[in-house]
Ligand binder design. Structure first.
Ligand SMILES: O=C1O[C@H](COP(=O)(O)O)[C@@H](O)[C@H](O)[C@H]1O
Length: 261
């Protein structure tokens, strides 16, 4: 069942990152209070890293019990461990190295020099198994019910490494797949699929900057998920688009009415 997108538009990308970081802190603290631990899926890209940097700078980050959080990734650039272009490397720099996480609960996607070597499909299958092991009887299928799953929206409407028209966005069975020939470098990637994304309680789509305006307008105007993968990303309980005014500038007036004079 899809949940209708809700929109929150902030003045600019800095405020959006700070507000999203505050929202994430509250979600994690609440999940830890009600279920003992929290499970969050991180995204790469400029907006995702901006949120993590804002979280690192927020005094309220100390409200989170960092030892009781599972971190997963929505996608990864299939590069050697420690490569500066890997999403996990960038997340470590922005936040993860600064907080007392339990390393066993930081579920980075495999690197291209890891146990599966250059076989990205084997790497994707291994991550799917890791997710399946973490899923419990009350979860929905072969992934845990993530509390929050974040996705940066690309200017071409891609989310995670689900690019328009590529086979990964058509996947209906597997939870994680290898991506070959992505239009954005690097071409080889690992990604959660739409069924895995839709297992999350809340899906947050992050779009800040003018270069995201067309993508947000297309995805929120009824486009199909094969042509506009962001349109197919929704959560079980909530789908939240967090935008800045620049990214919201081409939205239909019915979704985002202009401010009154
Ligand atoms: O390559 C990727 O791009 C998207 C969007 O990144 P952005 O810099 O345009 O915001 C990101 O969500 C994804 O995780 C990443 O691998």
């Amino acid at each position: 069942m899809s949940t209708a997108p809700q929109l929150v538009v902030h003045r600019d990308k800095e405020l959006m990152a700070q507000a999203a970081a505050a929202r994430l802190i509250t979600k994690v603290v609440d999940a830890q209070a009600s279920r003992g631990s929290a499970s969050v899926v991180l995204t790469g890209g400029r907006n995702g890293n901006g949120l993590l940097a804002a979280l690192a700078a927020a005094p309220a980050r100390d409200a989170v019990d960092w030892s009781r959080i599972d971190l997963w990734w929505g996608d990864e650039r299939f590069l050697p461990d420690g490569d500066p272009e890997r999403n996990v490397t960038q997340a470590r720099e922005a936040l993860l190295d600064a907080v007392p996480l339990d390393p066993k609960r930081v579920h980075a996607m495999p690197a291209s020099d890891g146990p599966h070597g250059a076989d990205v499909d084997a790497a994707a299958a291994a991550y799917a198994e890791e997710l399946a092991r973490a899923a419990g009887p009350t979860d929905h299928g072969a992934v845990p019910t993530f509390d929050v799953l974040m996705l940066g929206v690309g200017p071409d409407t891609h989310v995670a490494s689900l690019f328009p028209e590529l086979p990964a966005v058509r996947e209906t069975e597997r939870t994680v797949v290898g991506v070959h020939g992505a239009p954005k470098p690097p071409p080889t990637r690992v990604t959660l699929t739409l069924p895995a994304i839709r297992a999350a309680r809340e899906v947050w789509l992050l779009a800040a900057g003018e270069d995201k305006a067309e993508a947000a307008a297309i995805a929120l105007s009824g486009a199909g998920e094969i042509q506009a993968p962001a349109a197919g990303a929704y959560g079980r309980a909530r789908t939240l688009w967090l935008l800045d005014a620049a990214a919201a500038s081409q939205l239909p007036r019915t979704l985002y009415p202009p401010a009154s004079p």
